[in-house]
Design a protein around this ligand. Structure first.
Ligand code: ARG
Ligand code: MN
Ligand code: MN
Ligand code: MN
Length: 302
C-alpha cells in the first residue's frame, strides 16, 4: 500500500515554539527511507499551511466562560488537514500525519472517519488532553483535543469541536501520568478507557496495549492511532514540549507499536505529534519517532 505523509507544522495549540519543526525533524530522521525499506511506497504529501502565531492574538476569542488560544486559526488548520486526510483515503492511500502539536488530532480524526461509521482511537500520551475551554488551565488546545473530538465542552452556546463517528467506549488512553483537576473529573465520568502508567507498571506494557487495541477494534470499522512522543520517558524522548517523568521505556514503546502492527487490518490512520527538535538532543526524539512508526508498520528483526 502507499503511505502518504502529511506534515502539519502547527504550534498554535502549545506554549513553546519549536513543535512546528516536528515534520521537518521527522522527515530528516529518515522516515520515508524506512517505510520504503518495509515495502511501502512512501509519498510525501507536503505540509498543511499554518498561520504564524505572531500574526494573531491568541486571546482574541476568549469568552467569560471559555478559553481557547487561537481557536479560529486552529479550526482552519484542522479543516484543511481533515480534507487532506479524507483525500488520501479516497485515493486508497494510508494517511500518516506528522505534527505539530496535538491539537491537529481533531483534524486527522475528522478526516479519518465518516458519520455512518465507528472509529476506535488509541491515544498514547502522558496527558489526557481531556480539558475543555471551561477546564483548561493553560488555554492551549493541545491539552483539549481528545475532549474536542468527543464533543465535550462548549464555546458560547455551541459545542466547540466534534469529530463524527467516534464514541467514548471505543476510545482508549494509554500511559497517563499527568491530569489537571477538571479533566480528571470529566475523564472519570466518561466512558473512555484510561490506562495509567501504574497499569503498565503492574500488568506490563504488552498486556495493556493489547487490551487497549482490543477495546478500540471491538465493534468498530477501523482504528486511529495517535502517538504523542511525550508518552515516552523524557530520557528517551527529550525533544517534546511538555515532558513528564516516568514514561514508557524504549522497549515498551516498541512492543506497543508491534502490537499496533498486529492490528494493521484495522489501522485507518496514524499520527505522530509533539516532537520539538529545538528542545532535543541531536534529533534523537524524531529518530525515535521514525523507529516507532516502522515498528507500527511491521518492522521486525526476524
Ligand atoms: N494538561 C496540560 C494543559 O491542558 C498539558 C497538556 C499537554 N498536551 C499535550 N498534547 N502535550 O495545558
Ligand atoms: Mn497529547
Ligand atoms: Mn469524514
Ligand atoms: Mn502529551
Amino acid at each position: 500500500q502507499n503511505v502518504r505523509v502529511l506534515g502539519v507544522p502547527m504550534d498554535l495549540g502549545a506554549d513553546r515554539r519549536g513543535v512546528d519543526m516536528g515534520p521537518s525533524a521527522i522527515r530528516y530522521g529518515g522516515l520515508a527511507d524506512r517505510l520504503d525499506d518495509l515495502g511501502f511506497d512512501c509519498i510525501d504529501g507536503g505540509d498543511i499551511a499554518v498561520p504564524r502565531p505572531e500574526a494573531g492574538d491568541p486571546d482574541a476569542n476568549d469568552l467569560p466562560d471559555g478559553r481557547t488560544k487561537f481557536l479560529p486559526e486552529t479550526r482552519e488548520v484542522c479543516a484543511d488537514l481533515s480534507a487532506a486526510v479524507a483525500a488520501t483515503r479516497a485515493d486508497g492511500e494510508f494517511p500518516l500525519v506528522l505534527g505539530g502539536d496535538h491539537s491537529i488530532a481533531m483534524g486527522t480524526v475528522d478526516g479519518a472517519t465518516d458519520p455512518d461509521e465507528e472509529l476506535g482511537i488509541v491515544w498514547f500520551d502522558a496527558h489526557g488532553d481531556f480539558n475543555t475551554p471551561q477546564t483548561t488551565p493553560s488555554g492551549n488546545i493541545h491539552g483539549m483535543s481528545l475532549a474536542g473530538i468527543l464533543g465535550k465542552g462548549r464555546f458560547g452556546e455551541t459545542p466547540w469541536a466534534r469529530a463524527p463517528g467516534v464514541s467514548e467506549e471505543n476510545v482508549v488512553l494509554v500511559g497517563l501520568r499527568s491530569l489537571d483537576e477538571g479533566e480528571r473529573k470529566l475523564l472519570t465520568e466518561s466512558d473512555v478507557t484510561a490506562f495509567t502508567m501504574s497499569d503498565i507498571d503492574t500488568r506490563g506494557a504488552s498486556t495493556v496495549v493489547q487490551e487497549a487495541l482490543a477495546i478500540a477494534t471491538d465493534g468498530t470499522d477501523a482504528i486511529h492511532v495517535s502517538l504523542d512522543l511525550d508518552w515516552l520517558d523524557p530520557t528517551e524522548a527529550p525533544g517534546v514540549g511538555t515532558p513528564v517523568r516516568g514514561g514508557v521505556s524504549y522497549r515498551e514503546a516498541h512492543i506497543a507499536m508491534e502490537h499496533v502492527a498486529d492490528n494493521s487490518a484495522s489501522l485507518r490512520s496514524m499520527e505522530v505529534v509533539e516532537v520539538n527538535p529545538i528542545l532535543d538532543e541531536h534529533n534523537r526524539t524524531a529518530e525515535l519517532a521514525c523507529e516507532l512508526v516502522s515498528s507500527a508498520f511491521g518492522e521486525r528483526i526476524l
